[in-house]
Design a protein around this ligand. Structure first.
Ligand code: BTN
Length: 336
């Protein structure tokens, strides 16, 4: 990840309790006074409230709690490869579509695309995923793995665990996973994920994978969701009453994902992550309905195996290993 002058200056201002002089910035980042002045003006244009006092310098003041921008994201990242390159858009169609385009253009493993508004966001099974300004954390990560295509479905579970852990740490709430990859809070959907894989022309290797996640963060009430999901969706703000800084949440998700993905690569299955995933898994020991196109059935969820499949114990004691793919699982009386 390349820190820009802008993200460096932003991080310095954020981390300083006192004023930072223009001279200090010039020396620290080996830039000219004009460059510093330009950056300060750009940051002000992006919405940062920066006080300047002659003889003292610059200071970041209150009122910039949830600015999502490229420099805000880069200034917070401390990862090795996750977020290696950051694309940020105030408005886009779909970050997954953008990430696939960037992949075709040769962008590296770990590139992320983040957007405030998505006006053609994609959900699973061809559904739409609407994102209003200032509400969601919508992002997609580009991966260029060299493992076999049959391992790819586990990546969404790795992201699900990472989002659950990050939400828990940042918002201090018990985020759970509805197998395989929805994040739920108080039994309502907080985050959905969409993973798309592109194969090489020979169709024998993965060319790249994009993993997109949409976390409902600062939606104030359910009216801000599409009508079809109002009964089942929630946001961090609705559940906690508190506003959450999306850049801080993203920073935490990337930190967790980098660690969990590397743990996954060690074994190319979920054995290193199974325990943590299971601790976050909603409804272990409860009855679930498996909506298999070949026929629905009811059973008891017994958690996941090392390949990320859900083990469901049927009434006759038979244990079925449910592969994510086309199958979805519901609670007996609703969404979870
Ligand atoms: C679902 O639960 O149906 C999946 C929703 C996935 C939404 C995210 S938002 C960021 C990324 N870009 C998209 O177009 N979709 C995913």
């Amino acid at each position: 990840m390349k820190k820009t002058d802008k993200s460096n200056i932003l991080a310095l201002l954020r981390n300083s309790e006192d004023y930072v002089s223009g001279q200090q910035m010039c020396e620290r980042f080996a830039v000219t006074r004009t460059a510093v002045w330009k950056v300060i003006n750009q940051l002000k244009e992006e919405g940062y409230q920066i006080e300047s006092v002659s003889g003292k310098g610059y200071r970041l003041t209150e009122g910039t709690e949830d600015i999502l921008s490229q420099s805000e994201i880069i200034s917070r990242l401390a990862t090795k490869w996750a977020g290696k390159k950051v694309y940020y858009f105030d408005v886009t169609g779909s970050t997954n579509t953008d990430a696939k385009r960037f992949a075709e253009e040769g962008e590296p493993h770990g590139t992320i695309v983040v957007a405030d508004i998505q006006n053609a966001g994609k959900g699973r099974r061809g559904r739409k995923w609407q994102t209003l300004s200032g509400t969601a954390l919508s992002f997609t990560m580009l991966l260029r793995p060299d493992f076999a295509p049959d391992k790819a479905s586990m990546i969404t579970l790795v992201m699900a665990l990472s989002v659950a852990e990050a939400v828990e740490e940042v918002a201090k709430v018990p985020a759970m996973i509805k197998w395989p990859n929805d994040i739920v809070l108080n039994k309502k959907k907080l985050c959905g994920m969409l993973t798309e894989m592109t194969m090489t022309p020979e169709m024998d290797e993965i060319q790249y994978i994009v993993v997109g996640a949409g976390i409902n963060v600062n939606n104030s009430n359910v009216e801000e969701f599409q009508e079809e999901i109002r009964q089942t969706a929630t946001s961090l703000k609705i559940e906690t009453g508190r506003q959450v800084n999306r850049a801080i949440l993203l920073e935490k998700v990337l930190e967790k994902f980098e660690k969990n993905y590397d743990a996954f690569l060690e074994t190319l299955d979920l054995s290193n992550l199974q325990k943590a995933y299971q601790e976050h898994l909603q409804g272990v020991g409860a009855q679930v309905k498996v909506l298999d196109p070949a026929g629905e059935y009811v059973g008891i969820s017994r958690g996941i195996n090392g390949r990320g499949e859900l083990i469901v114990e049927k009434e006759d004691g038979e244990r079925v290993q449910v592969y994510a793919g086309e199958v979805s699982v519901r609670g007996l009386y609703g969404y979870v």
